[in-house]
Design a protein around this ligand. Structure first.
Ligand SMILES: Nc1ncnc2c1ncn2[C@@H]1O[C@H](COP(=O)(O)OP(=O)(O)OP(=O)(O)O)[C@@H](O)[C@H]1O
Ligand SMILES: [Mg+2]
Length: 241
């Protein structure tokens, strides 16, 4: 169980996150949505331990209630993609494994190759990111986020800037790999048409807090008006029912 409690974060005395709390069961797939600039990326980085909150806590508990340290078991896909341009697809994918204390190159290369095959890139492992299309680069970033079979997977806007076909491929991969690996997963996306039908639950970040937490169907019925208004410009509710 991931427990995010009363997270507050501001930049230069401007409050951004004003007490964000939610819980996520192990293996659950959550979509985190909300207008641009609301702090979705900042929240994801706080959950992933990349930046520190001003206050509040992020805890992961095993089913017995004991605390778990997930610093070595979190996969992150950054909004910027952030591949190493001078390293091959295989080397980029191996990178998170190379950070571990018991790194073994052969074993890591095998794992990297397997996940690259899952995302359809086995024929491109020796290419540099600059030799790939945008959609392929995003799939490398996805492979890199998943290569260590992490318990917690945080994906920040994985379809941003992709054409509709590549965006479909990427979102479908996220769903099928989630089903296979069963990691606790949060996907941030503006691509509601592709995201909403695939997630168990939606969180909407609004005015520094979780303004809505529930299924897309309950959002249609009982979501706050300002959040429905935000969503209705991007997603047809009729598709959710
Ligand atoms: N390191 C930082 N220093 C100062 N301000 C920051 C920093 N990181 C984020 N911010 C500010 O926090 C706000 C929220 O940023 P964030 O990137 O989390 O928004 P977002 O919800 O992910 O938006 P988008 O949907 O456009 O990706 C922005 O105003 C941004 O300028
Ligand atoms: Mg963002």
């Amino acid at each position: 169980m991931l427990k995010v409690s009363r997270i507050c974060k501001g930049f230069s005395s401007q409050a951004l996150l004003k007490g964000v709390s939610f819980e996520q069961s192990e293996g659950e797939l959550i979509g985190l949505i909300g207008p641009s600039g609301q702090g979705k990326s900042v929240l994801l980085k706080i959950i992933g331990g990349i930046i520190e909150a001003d206050s509040g806590t992020v805890k992961f508990e095993d089913p017995q209630g004991g605390a778990k340290d997930l610093s070595e078991s979190t996969g992150f896909l950054f909004q910027s993609g952030a591949l190493f341009d001078s390293r091959t697809v295989l080397e980029n994918t191996i990178f998170p494994l190379s950070q571990s204390r018991d790194f073994d190159y052969e074993e890591a290369a095998k794992k990297a190759y397997n996940i690259l095959s899952e995302v359809g890139l086995s024929a491109h492992i020796n290419k540099l990111p600059g030799q790939l299309s945008g959609g392929m680069r995003r799939r490398v970033a996805l492979a890199r986020a998943l290569v260590s079979d992490p318990e917690l997977v945080l994906l920040d806007d994985p379809t941003a800037g992709l054409d509709p076909v590549a965006a479909n491929v990427t979102m479908e991969l996220i769903e099928s790999l989630h089903r296979k690996l069963n990691s606790t997963t949060i996907v941030v996306s503006h691509d509601l048409r592709r995201l909403v039908p695939r997630v168990d639950r939606l969180l909407c970040l609004f005015d520094g807090k979780i303004g809505f937490d529930g299924t897309s169907k309950s959002l249609v019925r009982e979501g706050p008006t300002e959040i429905k208004d935000f969503i209705s410009t991007r997603y047809d509710f009729a598709e959710a029912s």
